[in-house]
Design a protein around this ligand. Structure first.
Ligand code: SF4
Length: 76
């Protein structure tokens, strides 16, 4: 079976539960995004930013409705 865990879990503060802006417990993010395979990762804004070899803004939540382009433009 393919690994369903996001490859950024070791560096991601949402997965580790260290992001202070989190509005839900970490296990809820993990169930919806991190441990759900490609469907979950694709729904995560942090994942898309990591995929561009950029560190996401510290306070970016997985379900943010900001576009990746907008996030990147603020991150310069
Ligand atoms: S799915 Fe998103 S929140 Fe979860 S570890 Fe990957 S980048 Fe972080």
């Amino acid at each position: 079976m393919a690994n369903r865990k996001c490859k950024y879990t070791t560096s991601c503060p949402v997965f580790k539960g260290t992001l202070k802006e989190q509005d839900k417990p970490s296990f809820m993010y993990q169930n919806v995004f991190c441990n759900r395979g490609r469907d979950g990762w694709n729904a995560c804004k942090r994942f898309h930013v990591y995929e561009l070899s950029v560190n996401p803004p510290e306070d970016l939540l997985p379900g943010s409705c900001e576009s990746v382009e907008h996030i990147l433009s603020k991150n310069k």
